[in-house]
Design a protein around this ligand. Structure first.
Ligand SMILES: NC(=O)c1ccc[n+]([C@@H]2O[C@H](COP(=O)([O-])OP(=O)(O)OC[C@H]3O[C@@H](n4cnc5c(N)ncnc54)[C@H](OP(=O)(O)O)[C@@H]3O)[C@@H](O)[C@H]2O)c1
Length: 394
């Protein structure tokens, strides 16, 4: 029986994780669940999974959750705030931590879990984008097993030899082929992108996901963040990571070897597959996902990405080459931009424009400590908000 903390339990990945747990009550016990503000979902999950601890974002939400749980005789402890997230991530009863908070808010608890050697199931890619070097150092020092949950990185992990940490080149790897659906606007004329609404941007053709990652998929910022994530997870040079647009989302990514072989992982687009793989590795367990019917799929298409149309993807390669705190700056600007777009304060095309402007105005500094990363993050957020308020992108 393994203890599991789910950070971001009320989100899309969090709920898929709990669905896998539900199928294997003999293997996994939920020890902590965290959410930000969603009370109903969290209370229902606490009653079903009976964790030791539940964490939310603020005091009044904590009081509401506590009261609702006590009213039905539940003994779950309820805490709030960042220190409580760290407690949930480092509970002695937790053998593994699903990192599924969205955005920068997940950095501190995920890093803390890595520092104490928990098995990390990493969905929260922003952790590696912001602080890749620090996070990978923590993983190496503590020996924390790190399992990628992002479907592409999970596929690459499955296609690599088990000892890939001795070096991709040494393992005969020539390229990582990171597939991308291209999002809902792959074929929309550029002019048509001017008036895109949040609802249109969030309507992903293949995947059901949270709103932030859905918008990131529409701008292809998500693929850019994944390029940076792949760089750190697999110690891959940027030129070894090739984005391949594959609209059907059946091949989740592949690895090309020097002998001409390409090893790919295929499956229906359902996050429970990579989640179950990460939870059970090196074993495999049922995930509730139906078998892939290749006759129904019929055909698989591939295209080169359009870096002019998807400027965010180009920016990701740029910051990867700049290094230091440049990826953290891009990530922070993008979080502010996406939130502003979802709130109707920024047009869709303004997201890439804002990201590029913030990157152009802030210098990248050495990523020496978590403090350096958070300072760069804070500075980029302030500038991005200021630029939106000044309506430079309206
Ligand atoms: N969804 C996918 O298919 C998918 C695939 C690959 C990778 N990922 C990555 O996985 C992560 C989660 O994505 P998602 O789609 O599951 O997101 P989501 O549905 O928006 O869920 C986000 C979770 O984080 C919590 N949260 C939000 N802001 C927070 C804050 N400031 N502090 C603490 N907790 C906070 C939310 O709580 P409330 O519900 O209370 O707001 C929720 O539990 C992202 O990094 C994403 O890029 C997702």
């Amino acid at each position: 029986m393994q203890g599991l903390t789910v950070l971001g339990a009320t989100g899309s990945i969090g709920q898929s994780t709990l669905d896998v747990v539900r199928r294997h009550p003999d293997r996994y016990r939920v020890v902590a669940l965290t959410a930000h503000r969603q009370v109903e979902r969290l209370v229902a999950d606490c009653l079903e999974f009976k964790p030791l601890l539940a964490v939310v974002g603020d005091e009044s939400t904590a009081a509401e959750v506590r009261q609702r749980l006590q009213a039905v005789g539940s003994a779950v402890e309820v805490l709030w705030g960042e220190a409580a997230l760290v407690s949930a991530a480092t509970l002695p009863e937790a053998d593994m931590v699903m990192a599924a908070i969205v955005g920068a808010a997940g950095l501190a608890p995920t890093l803390a879990a890595a520092q104490v050697g928990k098995r990390i199931l990493l969905a929260n890619k922003e952790v590696l984008v912001m602080a890749g070097e620090l996070f990978m150092q923590a993983v190496q020092q503590s020996g924390a097993p790190l399992l990628p949950v992002d479907s592409e990185h999970n596929a690459i992990f499955q296609a690599l030899p088990e000892d890939f940490s001795r070096g991709l080149r040494a393992c005969g790897v020539e390229k990582i082929l990171l597939t991308a659906s291209g999002g809902p606007f792959r074929e929309t004329p550029l002019d048509g992108l001017r008036h895109v609404t949040p609802e249109q941007a969030c309507a992903h053709p293949n995947w059901v996901m949270g709103r932030k990652i859905s918008v990131d998929s529409a701008t292809m910022m998500n693929k850019g963040l994944e390029v940076i994530e792949a760089r750190w997870l697999f110690d891959a040079a940027p030129e070894m990571i090739q984005v391949v647009v594959h609209p059907q989302s059946v091949i989740h990514s592949a690895v090309q070897y020097v002998d001409g072989s390409v090893i790919a992982q295929l499956g229906n687009p359902d996050m429970r597959t990579p989640i179950a793989y990460a939870m059970a590795w090196p074993e495999r367990i049922a995930a509730g996902v139906g078998p892939l019917d290749l006759f129904k799929v019929g055909r698989l298409d591939f295209f080169a990405p359009d870096f002019e149309r998807f400027r965010c993807l180009r920016l990701a390669y740029d910051v990867l080459r700049t290094g230091a705190t440049a990826p953290a700056i891009l990530n922070a600007a993008n979080e502010v931009a996406v939130a502003a777009f979802l709130d109707g304060e920024l047009p869709f095309l303004g997201i890439a424009e804002l990201n590029e402007t913030v990157l152009g105005r802030l210098p990248a500094r050495h990523e020496g400590s978590l403090g350096d990363v958070l300072a760069a993050d804070g500075e980029a957020r302030s500038l991005a908000r200021q630029l939106i308020q000044e309506r430079e992108f309206a």
